[in-house]
Design a protein around this ligand. Structure first.
Ligand SMILES: NC(=O)c1ccc[n+]([C@@H]2O[C@H](COP(=O)([O-])OP(=O)(O)OC[C@H]3O[C@@H](n4cnc5c(N)ncnc54)[C@H](OP(=O)(O)O)[C@@H]3O)[C@@H](O)[C@H]2O)c1
Length: 159
């Protein structure tokens, strides 16, 4: 099962100049808690932009460059995202989709659960997650932090 993990601002902005538009310690802490000992899926750009190695997580990196390799022994590279999504759509293993924009766009229809930090305010952004519609999801958990509201959601049956 695919689970999307994302933070977005009030305009559904998610990135600026290849990085996150904000620095929210609590949000990063939550990301760590949610992803520890899990399998993560992310694009090459997001993976290469990680400020440090994500320990105790298995990472599947999506790239279109057949020469692209990763040194981290806990990471592997896939070159055919669609095949990967179809193959794992109904597996019991949880795979957390961690971005960036292009991977979110393609994997979103396969995600049955969502872990979303709704960042308060409007930031300077150049990347959006505008395909997301709140009405397609049932909220199962909600926690308010100073800078964001964290919601866990389950996709509605008919969406
Ligand atoms: N707010 C959040 O929660 C959050 C989380 C993560 C990232 N982000 C933001 O998202 C932005 C980065 O997004 P991005 O779209 O530029 O990068 P990305 O999705 O991380 O990675 C793009 C890479 O994946 C490859 N790729 C995409 N689709 C593919 C496919 N179907 N098959 C094979 N390879 C594929 C691309 O190759 P091609 O170029 O050849 O297509 C490119 O090398 C940054 O600003 C980052 O900070 C935000």
């Amino acid at each position: 099962m695919f689970v999307i993990s994302i933070a977005m601002d009030e305009n559904q902005g998610i990135g600026y100049k290849g990085a996150l538009p904000w620095h929210l310690k609590e949000e990063l802490k939550l990301f760590k808690e949610n992803t520890l000992h899990q399998t993560l899926l992310m694009g090459q750009t997001t993976y290469d932009g990680l400020p440090r190695k994500l320990v105790d997580r298995k990472i599947v990196v999506c790239s279109s460059d057949s020469n692209y390799k990763v040194e981290d022994e806990d990471a592997c590279v896939i070159y055919d995202l669609e095949a990967f999504l179809k193959e794992h759509e109904n597996t019991e293993e949880t795979i957390i989709v961690c971005g960036g924009a292009s991977i979110y766009r393609q994997a979103y229809p396969y995600c049955k659960k969502a872990l979303i930090s709704f960042v308060k305010g409007e930031y300077e952004v150049d990347t959006y997650f505008d395909i997301f519609k709140l009405e397609d999801w049932d909220i199962t958990k909600e926690v308010e932090y100073e800078d964001f509201i964290y919601r866990e959601m389950k996709r509605k049956e008919d969406c």
